[in-house]
Write a protein that binds this ligand. Structure first.
Ligand code: OGA
Ligand code: ZN
Length: 378
């Protein structure tokens, strides 16, 4: 049994469905009207602007009929139907998360306990089965990374991985870049040195939100990869030291890359980025490219450094990491705003050759949402 009642000024409607009441404002409903004079029936885009809606808009009638709320807006005298299921899916009269460092339920934070349950799929399966692709992409959205095994052992094959959900983002390193020992490396990644867990390219704004690292040769001993959930590390820091977490989220760090004549990339962003409602938004952590920090007040700098050091200790701790070795044809894909990657050192005996490229999470989320629409949520 559903019913609707209007406030005396007609500015708010209360909708009760099965004993649950949720409220909507007249201006919100009018702005989101689903009729084809308000929204294009071909592309769903809004045909009007807010300036086209009378500032004194109110509702003169509200009634539930046939699983829809029918509302008459004044002074337009326009009646619009809103399916109850649509209203339920878009209700906002609900408790809103606001604690600092929260994350949505479709993200699972992880530590070393994820070993043995790494999200992984087979290249041929995700290339041929929409269900397999959906499950693999959902894993990346949930855990911030996934492996993909058994791809072609062929230079450039990593772009076929990106083609599954998005578009390569070109940078000064090229559309794809070679990760192997070079004589004059423009980046320490192009040596055999160990790399501390890091997010890539924090000196870029906007930062590339995804990275693919694809293995073509791995006969050299060493060079195993390690991943760390930066959101989990940030939450651990927050529990131990809320003030330190606050400093790393409130003040901007600086990052810079000027390793080649043609590049001078600089950014000013916090190491722990929160949305205005406190949601964990992103991590930037990279010892190689941190620049002198100049945006932290003098009286907070020592505490800031203590928090930065502790965040690094949490990131470096074996409890935080999962590790694996990539074989030729294997790759991993990471949400570069959340998951850090590291590499153990490797020696000159044998070869290690990866190719890398950047892409973005918006493409992945779009592909996943389309698959969820078509196939149902997996
Ligand atoms: C990189 C990087 C890790 C590796 O190229 O960004 O971190 O496994 N490489 O070589
Ligand atoms: Zn890297």
């Amino acid at each position: 049994m559903s019913c609707a009642s209007l406030s005396s000024d007609g500015l708010v409607v209360s909708l009760t469905i099965a004993n649950n009441t949720t409220r909507f404002h007249a201006i919100w409903l009018r702005d989101n009207a689903l009729d084809d004079a308000t929204k294009s029936s071909t592309n769903g885009q809004r045909l009007i602007a807010l300036r086209d809606i009378d500032v004194s808009t109110y509702m003169s009638h509200a009634q539930v009929l046939a699983e829809a709320l029918h509302v008459t807006f004044m002074p337009e005298q326009k009646t619009v139907a809103f399916p109850l299921a649509w209203l339920a899916a878009h209700a906002y009269d609900t408790p809103q998360a606001s604690t600092k460092g929260w994350h949505p339920a479709n993200q699972s934070l992880w530590d070393n306990n994820l070993m043995g349950h790494l999200p992984v799929a087979d290249f041929d399966a995700v290339s041929s089965s929409p269900q397999a692709l959906q499950a693999w992409l959902a894993g990346i959205a949930r855990f911030g990374f996934a492996k993909l095994n058994g791809g072609p052992i062929k230079a450039g094959a990593l772009t076929q991985v990106v083609d599954l959900f998005g578009h390569v983002r070109d940078t000064n390193y090229g559309r794809i870049f070679e990760v192997r020992v070079e004589e004059k490396p423009t980046n320490l990644a192009f040596t055999g040195l160990a790399l501390q867990a890091h997010t890539d390219n924090p000196y870029r704004d906007p930062v590339p939100t995804m990275q693919v690292l694809y293995c073509l040769e791995s006969s050299a001993p060493g060079g195993d990869n390690v991943l760390v959930d930066g959101f989990n590390a940030a939450r651990q820091l927050q529990q131990e030291n809320p003030h330190g977490f606050d400093l790393l989220s409130r003040y901007c760090a600086r990052f810079e890359y000027a390793g080649e004549a043609d590049a001078c990339l600089q950014s000013k962003r916090p190491m722990i980025e929160l949305a205005p409602d406190g949601q964990l938004q992103g991590i930037r952590f990279n010892n190689r490219s941190a620049a002198p920090f100049t945006d932290i007040p003098f009286e907070h700098m020592a505490d800031y450094y203590a928090a930065y050091r502790r965040l690094g200790e949490i990131i470096d701790h074996p409890n935080s990491e999962v590790g694996f070795r990539l074989n030729p044809g294997d790759c991993f894909v990471i949400d570069n705003t959340r998951v850090l990657h590291a590499r153990k050192a490797f020696s000159g005996a044998g070869t290690r050759w990866l190719q890398g490229c950047y892409t973005d999470m918006d493409g992945l989320r779009s592909r996943l949402a389309v698959l969820n629409n078509v196939l149902g949520e997996g």
